[in-house]
Design a protein around this ligand. Sequence first.
Ligand code: DI6
Ligand code: FE
Length: 427
Amino acid sequence: MAHSTMNKPIYPSAGGEWHQLRLAPGALAADAGHGVLPDQTIVVLDGHIAWIGSDAALPAQYQSLARFDAGGRLATPGLVDCHTHLVYGGQRANEFALRLSGASYEEIARAGGGIVSSVRATREADEDTLFALASPRLQALLSEGVCAIEIKSGYGLALEHERKQLRVARRLGEHFGVTVRTTFLGAHALPPEYAGRSGDYIDLVCQQMLPALAGEGLVDAVDVFCEKIAFSLAETERVFQAAQSLGLPVKLHAEQLSDMGGSALAARYGALSCDHIEHLGANGIAAMRQSGTVAVLLPGAYYTLRDTHLPPIQALRDAGVPMAVSTDHNPGTSPALSLLLMMNMACTLFRLTAPEALAGITSHAARALGLQNGHGALGNGRPANFVLWDLSDAAELAYWLGQRPACTVVRQGRIAIDGLNLGVAHG
Ligand code: DI6
Ligand code: FE
């Protein structure tokens, strides 16, 4: 936010010798795999892309606009991080150590660590504290070109504490000028005070928490952790019914540790996405294909848990199910703050191609949030959310490990971050 060019309108256009913005594969939603389009110009007016195309074809009406010199750099759509648990108190480095000495995620959870330990720390923190803790995490993601992000609740597990998380998520969006989609994940874990009474807790989620928070405008979608260590298929369906009655879309943490059939259930409710899905089977894939549900791959959690059970990438590809890639940023299983690193892991661990991984953090990720009209692709009339990269090959986005390539980030037509120092318009 600190940059002096913040909020400056930009009008890149052609004219003169430096005029090209190269569009990366995936820059246009249908373009993944079709290679880079050279010598492209983007005209931005009133926060929208007024025109995009070959520089040689720039319409006369735009030729007198002030011009930003992008030096022939790569342009991609703004990145979309479609699955995060960004707002929480504390951290769980102790569990990292426990896992290194052999404990499993499930064992730690059953012993009272895991999600519930983040719940304790989150309940103790007030809104300002949570905002201060989440801000640098968000800034790390924004510095790599994220223009839209999903933030889940799920570390409060009581009305006032879930509210606190969601309010902080909204505030982060306003403060940093970034699109935030909030997801209510009240059914993330059983809070200790409901031990042995998960039915009662699901009643609370469905009858009190969700209606109250939705009524306050804090909920854009509803998620559940459907897993043996979390909530059953029947409990998941009750939450989906409550969401449906409020007109809210659903998504699901599904088949991460076992195949519970959650994805097929979610697909029946028209879910935006099913996430994790390492253990997804053929039935789930068929159901997701039918409902147009996005498969969200979370290689950071796979890596951190040293999982060895790969998600069914080839079957998803064969079925034409769109695959998104996200950080799943959370303090337990994916303390990841780089979407480009997730792109690398999606390629190296899951064998996505680089264009697939780029579509996974742009167009497919936008769709996983229901944001496909405003984010994840470049095209005439769309909001101007894009990134210029100091890279010569789009595959470099997935190639470097731990390098944060310099970039200039345009959000809603304004330069939000100007890492390339383009901030001077040329007439
Ligand atoms: N799956 C995840 O990856 C996170 N939540 C979930 O349901 C992990 C949350 C945590 O361990 O704190
Ligand atoms: Fe998650």
